[in-house]
Design a protein around this ligand. Structure first.
Ligand code: TRP
Length: 451
């Protein structure tokens, strides 16, 4: 660790923080609903391919760049790029923008989740009728204050943690929360799988329907792969800059990818069998979590307890992800612009709170205000996941593959490591140079309807 710079103190801490970034609302809110609306297992296969062939190499590249440069996302590119190529730091600025855009809607969804912990305890969402659950949700999101206040609670809480820094804030919190999350998830899976009629849900999740795979579906799967592993905008780069010198990057990244996939699948296993067992609609979209889930849980024995656990679990998952999004901005403000850490944290929270207002209002008062046919909430989501992250991903691949190359420790492994290390590092570098940028470009243009 460079002198005086904060960082992760143990290999386990770095792993939990990185996993905490990857695991989030994406696993529980985005993954099941996208799988549901895009036809189940076929989508899952495309998503798997995108994760392994594109996601993993980009994650390794980002962490490697960060650990070499030991700086925030903008300054890192300034340090590593050749002198006459100043433009690479645009990647960092895009990341800055993407972090704020993602946080604007992400913290709002997290706010709903927090609200739902209380609503399930008070029995407000204890209804077996999805229409009634829909009414409760509609009421919450159409009232701008109730949405905004919960969003501010989430921002206040995570802003407080981030102000403590990397080792005493991020690492200390994620190290404790991530194991808890796995335990809660397993409890929910056991409940769901022991319902009669659970098999249909598993079939839906695991038997592919290739007819449903269109270019738009492929773009969505790629966008999800980026979003899930927190890629393309400097999150992993920023976290990499806090890795210790001797941390095994490829190993850590692979573990994070596998654990994140497991959480998504377990979330799918916790949700779909129950959805089918009680005859609900799997393709309910983003509302799945807030409208279908309450009805599903209320239908089962012990429902209120499991429903409360479900929302607590989701809230826990959101914390690590939010911390990593905040850290991108906080690191830039504090390291590059010299703000004290606390001031940087408060400024970041304030910017997100402002951007969050149109996102929150778009569920009610401003529902009809649309750009490119999307309300502000969906626009922020689309712009960040489907455009900024893939474009950032292409640029990162080009930078590592063609300009910077492998960092010294990885170069050593590629030449003199164990046979497994040599194969892994060389394949990753091949994917980064040739496969990932081309694949991302094709999927991106195709998904936007360019061909
Ligand atoms: N990966 C997180 C999730 O699945 C979200 C997230 C955290 C993220 N940091 C990110 C997404 C950076 C994109 C970029 O919920």
């Amino acid at each position: 660790m460079s002198q005086g710079r904060d960082g992760f103190t143990t290999a386990f801490g770095a792993l939990m923080a990185t996993l905490g970034s990857a695991v989030g609302l994406g696993n529980i809110w985005k993954f099941p609903s996208l799988t549901g609306t895009n036809g189940g297992a076929g989508f899952l296969l495309v998503y798997l391919a995108a994760t392994i062939l594109v996601g993993l190499p980009v994650m390794i590249s980002e962490i490697m760049l960060g650990r070499t440069a030991r700086a925030d996302a903008i300054t890192s590119f300034e340090k590593l790029a050749p002198r006459n190529q100043w433009w690479w730091k645009v990647i960092g600025w895009m990341g800055f923008a993407a972090a704020l855009l993602i946080m604007a809607f992400y913290s709002e969804v997290a706010g709903w989740v927090y609200a739902y912990i209380f609503k399930s305890l008070t029995g407000e969402i204890a209804t077996t009728d999805p229409k009634a659950a829909e009414a409760v949700f509609g009421q919450m999101v159409s009232n701008p204050w109730s949405s905004l206040i919960w969003q501010w609670i989430v921002l206040g809480l995570t802003g407080f943690i981030i102000a403590f820094g990397v080792s005493k804030g991020i690492e200390a919190v994620t190290r404790r929360l991530m194991p808890l999350l796995f335990i809660l998830l397993l409890v929910l899976c056991v409940r769901s799988l022991t319902l009669s009629g659970a098999g249909d849900g598993l079939a839906f999740l695991f038997s592919p329907d290739f007819a449903k795979i269109t270019p738009a579906v492929m773009l969505t799967a790629l966008g999800l792969a980026f979003f899930k592993l927190s890629l393309g905008m400097g999150t992993m780069l920023t976290y990499g800059s806090y890795f210790r010198e001797n941390q095994n990057i490829a190993g850590t990244a692979t573990r994070v990818m596998l654990a994140d996939l497991s959480v998504s699948l377990l979330a799918g296993i916790a949700i779909f069998p129950a959805v089918f067992a009680f005859g609900f609609e799997p393709a309910a979209g983003p509302s799945l979590v807030f409208m279908t889930i309450p009805a599903v849980f209320t239908s089962m024995p012990g429902g209120i307890v499991f429903m409360t656990l479900f929302f607590i679990l989701t809230a826990i998952a959101s914390v690590g992800a939010i911390l990593s999004l905040l850290e991108v901005v906080v690191a830039i403000l504090s390291e590059r612009f010299g703000l004290p850490r606390k001031t940087a944290a408060i400024s970041t929270i304030a910017m997100i709170a402002v951007l969050g207002v149109p996102a929150a209002l778009s569920q009610g008062t401003m529902a009809d205000f649309k750009l490119f046919g999307l309300n502000m909430f969906d626009l922020f989501d689309f712009l960040s996941s489907n455009i900024l992250l893939p474009v950032g991903g292409i640029l990162i691949c080009l930078f590592v593959g063609w300009v910077y190359g492998l960092a010294a420790p990885e170069k050593r492994l590629a030449e003199a490591g164990t046979p497994v290390q040599r194969v892994v590092i060389r394949s990753v570098f091949f994917l980064v140079r040739f496969v990932a940028p081309v694949a991302i470009a094709i999927v991106l243009l195709n998904g936007l309807g360019a061909f």
